[in-house]
Design a protein around this ligand. Structure first.
Ligand code: FES
Length: 237
C-alpha cells in the first residue's frame, strides 16, 4: 500500500494510494470524474479528455495522471463542465448516433454523459460521416458510424483477450478502427464473449441476436445518471 498520499479535490481532502491515478483516487473517495476512454481494468489511454481536471493550475487528464502529495485538483467547476460538454457534443456530431434506433440506448456511456450534461441538441453542425459497417461476423456487429475511437476494444482485445483483433488505422479525420485481417471481422479470432465487445462504451460493437432483450426504460442509465454509483460511495444522495 505505501504511505497514503493526501490531495484535495474541489476543496475536499482525500487520501490515495501510491500508484493510483487521480481518477482512481477520486472514485475510491466517492467523487465522480466523467470519463469515456477509461475503463477499469484497462491500461489508461488518455485520448478522449472527458476526464480533464485542473491540477495545481494546469490541465491534466485524470485517468493518466498519478496522484502526488499536496495536489490541489479542480473537478466540478463551470469551466471544466463546459470543456467536457464541448467534447461530448463534438463526439456526438462527429459520428452518426441515432440513439432512438440503437440497441445500446440506455446502456451507452456517450448517451448517458450527454444526459448528465444536459445536452439536448449539440451546438455544432452534424458531420454525417459515411463509414463502413461490418456485419460479416456471425455473432458480432461492428458499426464504425458509432465509434468514438476510445480504443477500449483495442486494449481489451490485446491485454484481456490476448487476441489483437482490433487496432487503429489511418490518421486525423481518417482514423478508424481496423480489424486484424485482410478482410472483415469474420476473418479475425474475435468472439462474442470477448472482453473487447463488452468494453465498447457505445453501440459500435454489439452482440447479434440479443436486440432489446432488456426493454428501454429498464437499462443501466435509465434509472439514474452515469456516475451515480460512484457518488453514492461519497455519501451523495
Ligand atoms: Fe481520461 Fe479519456 S477518460 S482521457
Amino acid at each position: 500500500m505505501g504511505t497514503p498520499i493526501r490531495l484535495v479535490v474541489d476543496g475536499v481532502e482525500i487520501e490515495a494510494s501510491p500508484g493510483q491515478t487521480i481518477l482512481e483516487a477520486a472514485e475510491a473517495a466517492g467523487i465522480y470524474i466523467p470519463r469515456l476512454c477509461h475503463k477499469s481494468g484497462l491500461e489508461p489511454f488518455g485520448s478522449c479528455r472527458v476526464c480533464t481536471v485542473v491540477v495545481n493550475g494546469r490541465f491534466q487528464s485524470a485517468c493518466t495522471q498519478p496522484v502526488a502529495e499536496g495536489m490541489v485538483i479542480e473537478n466540478d467547476t463551470e469551466k471544466l463542465l463546459a470543456i467536457r460538454r464541448d467534447i461530448i457534443e463534438m463526439l456526438l456530431v462527429e459520428g452518426n448516433h441515432f440513439c432512438m434506433f440503437c440497441e445500446k440506448s440506455g446502456n451507452c456511456e456517450l448517451q448517458a454523459l450527454a444526459y448528465r450534461f444536459g445536452i439536448t441538441a449539440p451546438k455544432y453542425p452534424y458531420l454525417w460521416p459515411e463509414r463502413e459497417v461490418d456485419a460479416s461476423h456471425p455473432d458480432v456487429f461492428l458499426d464504425r458510424n458509432r465509434c468514438i475511437l476510445c480504443g477500449r476494444c483495442v486494449r481489451a482485445s490485446r491485454d484481456l483477450d490476448g487476441k489483437h483483433a482490433f487496432d487503429f488505422a489511418g490518421r486525423g479525420a481518417s482514423r478508424r478502427i481496423a480489424v486484424n485481417a485482410e478482410g472483415k471481422l469474420a476473418e479475425t479470432t474475435a468472439a462474442v464473449t470477448d472482453r473487447a465487445v463488452e468494453a465498447c462504451p457505445v453501440g459500435s460493437l454489439l452482440p447479434k441476436r440479443v436486440g432489446f432483450q432488456v426493454p428501454i426504460g429498464k437499462r443501466l442509465y435509465d434509472a439514474e445518471p452515469i456516475g451515480s454509483e460512484i457518488e453514492r460511495r461519497g455519501g451523495s444522495p
